[in-house]
Design a protein around this ligand. Structure first.
Ligand code: KG4
Ligand code: ZN
Length: 352
């Protein structure tokens, strides 16, 4: 019975995991406290975590129907993330593990995203290794190869914005809410009948590399909105018109822009991941992190990879403590118990 704790960003989350099964998962989102700033404010995040973590912990125990004495191990995120936010969860976990006399595990948040794919998967089967992993969140976009548990090597990474960050920034330009990914997906879905003709936005292929670059794409949307595109760019993006409507804020022109943006991001993520899986002879592909909740990405990736594809359940794609407990379980098995002086690491990398 592993207790997981996640506080790396704006979700205070505690879970009880029994083997591969979620006994409870309680997540308190702070989004409402940050929306008015258009993004996460670190200072507010830390203070919200400290105010809510004890109640979230108690609710997770109650929902699981377990007592503190039933917990065999405490696993908490130690990075990457906001340092003040991480400190709250890790220190709560430290006190708890010490008080209960059980081991403490310090988990890498990105590795936890990958392990979301193992949760409640016993009947469907687990990913076979080596696995090529696409980890796409608000702060990271990487393709890695996982040859063994705990052994992640970098294949490619973003050179500028993370995929989720690009969704968030473009959503802001389009006047949509935060976080941007779900807002963009909703705008496209609301347009309904699937006849939406997406605008044609640029893709940075970075030939010969598995790296990504999303800032040119984001900037194209910014400049289109500001009416600052050059003539050839205008022709490429708005091939059959729509520029004026978009600049003026027309809703369906915004949906066409959102759809073009989503197509461009998804095309690149899918093509590079599928190519990496072939080159590195992966036996499975894992897509994880908040952006893995994106429906178009899930559909196109399913069609493109020729080995078994593993996607976390939608609710386990975004930040949650169940994935932290799952990653912690594998670390516990390897004896990777945290020393008493373990510190947070806001820049902890996934790969060696
Ligand atoms: O993994 P996550 O919950 O937090 C971080 O570790 O960053 O990822 C959050 C990111 C945000 O940028 C959000 O816009 C994006 O994931 N996201 C999505 C979707 N749901 C969340 N992006 C695209 N489509 C979605 N459905
Ligand atoms: Zn995350």
């Amino acid at each position: 019975m592993i207790l997981g704790i996640e506080t790396s960003c704006d979700d205070t989350s505690v879970a009880v995991l029994d083997g591969f099964t979620i006994r409870s998962l309680v997540t308190q989102s702070q989004l409402a406290d940050h929306v008015k700033y258009g993004g996460i404010v670190p200072e507010i995040a830390s203070r919200r975590h400290i105010a809510t973590i004890a109640a979230v912990y108690q609710a997770a125990l109650d929902e699981a129907g377990v007592r503190p004495a039933d917990i065999d191990c405490v696993a908490a995120t130690r990075g990457p993330g906001l340092s003040g936010a991480l400190v709250v969860g890790l220190n709560f976990a430290k006190g708890l593990a010490m008080g209960l006399g059980v081991p403490l595990i310090g988990v890498n948040h990105l590795e936890a995203h990958v392990y979301a794919t193992w949760i409640e998967r016993e009947e469907l089967g687990f990913p076979e290794l080596p696995a090529v992993c696409l980890v796409v969140s608000g702060g990271h976009s990487e393709i890695t190869i996982m040859r063994e548990h705990g052994d992640h090597r970098l294949i490619g990474r973003t050179r500028d914005d993370a995929a989720g960050e690009a969704f968030d920034k473009v959503a802001r330009v389009l006047g949509l809410g935060f976080p941007g990914g779900p807002a963009i997906q909703r705008l496209i879905d609301d347009d309904g009948d699937g006849s939406l003709e997406p605008f044609n936005l640029p893709r940075a292929w970075l030939e010969g590399s598995y790296d990504f670059s999303f800032s040119g794409l984001k900037t194209a949307v910014y400049r289109a909105k500001a009416g600052k595109l050059g003539p050839s760019e205008t022709r490429r993006i708005f091939k059959d018109g729509g520029q004026r409507a978009f600049e003026l804020g027309d809703a369906s022109a915004h949906a066409r822009m959102a759809s073009g943006f989503q197509d461009a991001i998804v095309d690149v993520l899918v093509a590079k991941t599928a190519a990496a899986a072939r080159e590195f002879e992966a036996r499975s592909v894992i897509v994880a992190g908040g952006v893995a909740a994106n429906r178009l990405l899930r559909e196109k990736m399913t069609a493109a990879v020729d080995v078994p594809l593993f996607l976390p359940e939608i609710r386990l794609c975004t930040d949650n403590a169940a994935m932290v407990a799952m990653a912690g379980a594998f670390m516990l098995q390897r004896g990777e118990i945290a020393p008493a002086e373990l510190d947070v690491d806001p820049n902890l990398p996934l790969t060696q």
